[in-house]
Ligand binder design. Structure first.
Ligand code: OMP
Length: 271
């Protein structure tokens, strides 16, 4: 999916919501456990109930990998079930020496047909570039993440005093364009999002951290939105575990619609 199509979808749905499919056997309603594939049964219901309000889905690969071959099967079925006009993110946080990254890219872009993958930048250009060689596919590079540990390295000064996340943003723009490269910027970073936006004015940001991690959607839009929206805001637990009972699909829909309504207003205000 290209950037123009993604922005078109955002305008059509008045939403920049990404629903995170962090599907955990220990958390899904117990009545689903008797299904042949409980993870897929859960995801199917979540997708059915939230697709009107979502422009992206982000399965976090760890939740599927942890279940072995069955988990990969659930992931594949989930990916195939997601409506084709909705952007898909493999949240795999991969990245290795060039020839290995190439195989990670093949796994997520050819074996599975994800639109994008999250990649860790730590190993540099040859670890990121193989993902960028796939036509119509996106790399979503970790820049300034939402977690506490983001302070350990990402904000430290490098040569010339630039914080590491700034180096990541500036350097990586020599490898990809705003039509195949996005950045992860945590919603919990508040005003810092404005600083990140300064270094990457045209790129899309994947912004996790609203909902369960407490980030503010209003602040994200205020500091991060650009003329093509430029934001995919993810919520996982806040939507998919709004209820741990039989009404989980309906409750997920309510939470997704709430976010979409807020997003519609923010799009009018800032985009
Ligand atoms: O790359 C990510 O998606 C990610 C980056 C980041 O900085 N923080 C972060 O929480 N995430 C992911 O975003 C999701 C957040 O989930 P909730 O906190 O439940 O909404 C999880 O799948 C995390 O792995």
């Amino acid at each position: 999916m290209d950037k123009k199509t993604l922005f078109g979808n955002i305008q059509r749905k008045a939403s920049f919501l990404c629903v995170g499919l962090d599907t955990d056997l220990a958390k899904i309603p117990s009545h689903l456990l008797k299904e042949a594939d409980p993870i897929f049964a859960f995801n199917r219901e979540i997708i059915d109930k939230t697709a009107d309000f979502a422009v992206a889905y982000k399965p976090n690969i760890a939740f599927y990998e942890a279940l072995g071959p069955k988990g990969w099967e659930s992931l594949q079925k989930t990916l195939e079930y997601i409506p084709k006009d909705i952007f898909t993110i493999a949240d795999a946080k991969r990245g290795d020496i060039g020839n290995t990254s190439k195989l990670y890219a093949k796994a997520f872009f050819e074996q599975m047909d994800f639109d994008s993958i999250t990649v860790a930048p730590y190993m540099g250009k040859d670890s990121v570039s193989p993902f960028l060689e796939f036509k119509d596919k996106w790399v979503i590079l970790l820049a300034l993440t939402s977690n506490e540990g983001s302070k350990d390295f990402q904000v430290l000064g490098t040569e010339g005093g630039k914080p590491l996340f700034q180096q990541v943003l500036e350097k990586s723009q020599q490898w990809g364009t705003d039509d195949n490269l996005m950045y992860v910027v945590g919603a919990t970073r508040g005003e810092k999002i404005a600083e990140v936006r300064k270094y990457a004015p045209d790129h899309f940001f994947l912004v996790p951290g609203v909902g369960a991690q407490g980030g503010s959607l209003e602040e994200v839009a205020k500091y991060g939105m650009n003329k093509s929206c430029g934001l995919l805001v993810n919520s996982s637990r806040g939507i998919i575990y709004a209820s741990e009972d039989k009404d989980f699909g309906d409750r997920a829909r309510v939470e997704a619609e709430k976010l979409q309504q807020e997003m519609a207003k923010l799009l009018e205000q800032y985009c």
